[in-house]
Design a binder for this molecule. Structure first.
Ligand SMILES: [Zn+2]
Ligand SMILES: [Zn+2]
Length: 260
């Protein structure tokens, strides 16, 4: 389930209902508890938080999560150092912080987690592959371009959450400054609809069941454009209708709880 996806705030729940993980902390504790409650869950329904990077739309509420929930927060060594210093997290982060080992699967109770570094203009940015109850889930949000490691892990996943941030024409014809446009399109910004679609063509495999397009730009994209672009990629691959479910995640509102 996505609680919010985009520059307004990012937070995802993945779990069994009894136990689970949060990925990123870009929604308030109140919204988190309310959304979990609406799906018959509570703060007891997850036992850890994973962080993708130190941009505010992903960590704005991490401090209050640490202060009030005291759950372990898993990151890399580099992100840990950044979050220990960050004004939004510094006072509360230390007691919750845990570090994941690079290049291996880390056992986290009910799930096994492996991270991969992606190019994006934060201190460091990672995607996650998560194995849980026979499913492999891969999430990659905020990445300037696709990497071989990300494609390789997604190629064995049944569910992939991937950024489809902007439509090139909307961005280039839009009101952003030249500098901001360049920040977005160059390899350390965000993934366009076309780049997302070509990534899908690289990692598609017959076991892939769900693709969720995430982090859509409010100003430079529409869910319809993002969907059509990736949908065309699946068509070109000759993927039969109904074998892969393709969905855009809403920006400010929670998605339904998807059961895999
Ligand atoms: Zn972001
Ligand atoms: Zn970011």
């Amino acid at each position: 389930m996505s609680l919010s996806s985009g520059s307004c705030g990012n937070c995802y729940y993945l779990g069994t209902g009894e136990d689970g993980l949060l990925i990123d902390a870009g929604v308030s504790l109140r919204t988190l508890k309310k959304t979990l409650a609406e799906n018959s869950m509570s703060a007891d329904s997850f036992s850890a938080v994973l962080v993708t990077h130190d941009h505010l739309d992903h960590i704005r509420h991490l401090g209050s999560f640490c202060k009030r929930l005291h759950k372990p927060v898993y990151t890399t060594d580099e992100l840990k150092a950044a979050l220990m210093r960050h004004t939004f997290t510094a006072p509360w982060f230390g007691g919750c912080s845990r570090v994941l080992e690079r290049g291996v699967w880390n056992g986290l109770g009910f799930a096994s987690v492996r991270y991969f570094v992606v190019p994006h203009d934060a201190t460091q940015t990672v995607g996650y592959a998560i194995d849980c109850q026979g499913h492999r889930f891969v999430i990659m949000t905020d990445l300037g371009r696709m990497t071989d490691e990300a494609v390789e892990l997604a190629s064995s996943a049944d569910t992939v959450v991937v950024e489809s941030n902007y439509d090139v024409d909307m961005l280039m014809g839009g009101s952003y400054t030249y500098e901001l446009k360049m920040r977005i399109v160059q390899g350390y910004g965000h993934l366009s609809n076309d780049e997302c679609a070509s990534a899908i063509r690289r990692f598609w495999h017959p076991g892939l069941r769900n693709i969720f397009l995430c982090h859509l730009s409010e100003n430079n994209n529409t869910p319809d454009l993002a969907f059509r672009c990736s949908s065309a990629a699946l068509e070109k691959l000759g993927v039969e209708k109904g074998t892969v479910s393709l969905r855009c995640l809403p920006r400010r509102t929670p998605s339904p709880l998807f059961v895999l």
